[in-house]
Ligand binder design. Sequence first.
Ligand SMILES: [Zn+2]
Length: 198
Amino acid sequence: MSPADLRALDIYEFAKSGRQAAGALRVSQMPRMLAEVPSEAPDRDTVFTWQAEGSTQPELQDDGTEAPQPYLRLAVHGSVWLICQRCLAVYSQHLDVDATYRIVATEAEADEFPLDDDEVEVIVGSRQFDLVDLIEEELLLSLPLVPKHNVCPEAHESLLQGSADDEPDEAGAQDEAAKPNPFAVLGKLKQGGSDQKH
Ligand SMILES: [Zn+2]
């Protein structure tokens, strides 16, 4: 699918005919994502791969009849450069999106949909649906609230130094060990007792 097609997708037809599509999007094609990438990143224009799959589920309508309810499943994978908030170095953050959407016709219908379903999100469909916009929106939502390394390169060293800070505890444990064992003392008393017998 061309980028133009992706921005004007007949999502109802896509779902109804159970179509599948896949492709790659560069961060530079998603301006709001690009704005999140620091200028000092080694490669700001990273690539995300995506897969989309349409489907329908027969569902009971308000009028009591069954009708095919359109759904869209979307998966997006890739990495983006962010600034670690702990050590302030740029690092590569992997992002994964796997979402299922119930496609409704109007905002009002979307508002009616119960929010207690964590598995399914609701989107308002269109004959000219912007799939790139949806992918960008999901990537923005999947960004960590506080970007940071799992283990910072510098913080790792300070962690090692931090173990030195634990010394008082270890010293305390050694003090425990250095304290005479009460049973050993008892043994010595017994020995003393036996000595006295001679
Ligand atoms: Zn870090």
